[in-house]
Design a protein around this ligand. Structure first.
Ligand SMILES: [Zn+2]
Length: 157
């Protein structure tokens, strides 16, 4: 599952981000040019008590090449609650009863929506209407993707 998530998180961040950008700007693919394209990675599973997922965004200015100026890297990391992993491994109890496959996909959608809003509307209310709309739309988008269907099969077996 880790390999699949390492692949899915950046892939669908980029695919959805592009779609969102074209729709919101009403422009064609060739017309959209961005500076400082971000990077994103799946940070893995960790135990935390206040949420099913977590994300973090940072901007790093690297001055390796003092003579040529600095490089700016916009990086994001998404983590998921370890209780999903226990559930996936077939360990079920009352602590992870809400951590099923569909909740996993919803959580990925929720965290990706934060990242996309951070890219395009950084001042936006973090759990406002835009976030709710994007989460819903990303969740629908993710459920149609072949890798997510593979993940669902792996989850059921
Ligand atoms: Zn959130």
């Amino acid at each position: 599952m880790l390999d699949l998530l390492n692949y899915i998180v950046p892939k669908y961040y980029w695919e959805y981000r592009r779609q969102y950008l074209w729709q919101s700007l009403g422009k064609g693919r060739e017309e959209v040019k961005l500076d400082n394209e971000p990077i994103i990675e799946f940070g893995g599973f960790k135990l935390h008590y206040c949420g099913k997922g977590q994300w973090f965004g940072e901007t790093e200015h690297i001055n390796y090449f003092a003579h040529f100026g600095s490089i700016t890297i916009n990086k994001k990391v998404i983590w998921l609650n370890q209780l999903f992993l226990y559930r996936f491994a077939g360990i079920s109890n009352r602590t992870n009863k809400d951590y099923d496959f569909f909740e996993l996909v919803r959580t990925i959608a929720h965290e990706l929506a934060h990242c996309i809003i951070y890219d395009f509307c950084p001042g936006e209310d973090s759990h406002g209407i835009k976030h709710a709309f994007l989460t819903h739309s990303l969740n629908q988008f993710l459920l149609k993707q072949k890798e997510i269907k593979e993940l669902e099969k792996a989850w059921e077996n």
